[in-house]
Design a protein around this ligand. Structure first.
Ligand code: FPP
Length: 239
């Protein structure tokens, strides 16, 4: 039983509402994504300053490939540009970049820039920024089960040895703690295939604000609400 007195160690965010933000302004959807990348930049800096250790951003889901090619290509170009332009700021703020998902699905220019930005920020010791790219919670489990099945087949693991730790270790997130707080913007009350295993005991905070309008003051409000919550992990409140 833990009282969440402090700042969350790991915050995960479903950045939703870029399209609606653009539509409300009569702009093309990509303009919403561009404004959304400004929010991402601001929240990364804020999270680092506050002392959050891990920030996972749902930047592109595996289902997002179903969008028109024009939009997915524009999003990938925006991602590559973000990864390149942010290097000096990430460095200045001691941020290490990581990524989870089926990264081989990304276009080559994004894969190359991702590898480069990861390489140059690898020794930073402040915030770890984890971008979920071509990510799906169910595909992550499929990939994990394949790894475990291979270990069993090769005789390195017996089925009865499989436990929660084995499964957690087979996921893309094996080297990160589970999220303490999940934020979703634009008011939808869904997980949308995000970190399905890892969010078992995560506190959820949902705001109607569209992602491009989600900036530092509202992020601080989410952290303040989290601080007031009691995390019981299935136990009971102390008497
Ligand atoms: C959801 O809005 C957002 C996305 C599918 C992409 C998220 C991408 C960004 C915030 C910009 C790039 C970020 C980085 C880190 C480079 P939506 O298009 O589903 O909005 P809608 O539901 O209103 O249509």
């Amino acid at each position: 039983m833990t009282e969440a007195k402090t700042i969350p160690q790991h915050v995960a965010i479903i950045m939703d509402g870029n399209g609606r933000w653009a539509r409300e302004r009569g702009l093309p959807r990509i303009e919403g994504h561009r404004a959304g990348s400004d929010s991402a930049r601001e929240i990364v800096t804020a999270a680092g300053e506050i002392g959050v250790k891990y920030l996972t951003l749902y930047a592109f889901s595996i289902e997002n490939w179903r969008r028109p090619r024009e939009e997915t290509s524009a999003l990938m170009r925006l991602l590559t540009k973000f990864l390149k332009d942010e290097i000096p700021t990430l460095h200045k703020n001691n941020v290490r970049l990581e990524a989870i998902g089926r990264l081989a699905d990304l276009p080559e220019h994004s894969q190359k820039q991702l590898a480069e930005t990861r390489r140059v920020t690898a020794k930073n010791t402040g915030l770890t920024l984890i971008l979920a790219l071509s990510y799906g919670g169910r595909t992550e489990m499929v990939d994990g089960v394949r790894k475990i099945a291979t270990e069993v087949r090769e005789g390195r693991l017996r089925p009865e040895q499989i436990n929660e730790e084995t499964i957690a270790a087979s996921l893309y997130t094996s080297s990160f703690p589970d999220p303490d707080l999940l934020i979703r913007t634009s008011g939808e009350m869904r997980l949308s295939n995000f970190l399905l295993w890892q969010t078992s005991y995560t506190e959820i905070w949902i705001t109607p604000t569209l992602w491009p309008d989600f900036r530092k003051p509202e992020f601080l409000k989410a952290l303040e609400d989290y601080r007031k919550r009691q995390r019981r992990f299935g136990g009971v409140e102390p008497t």
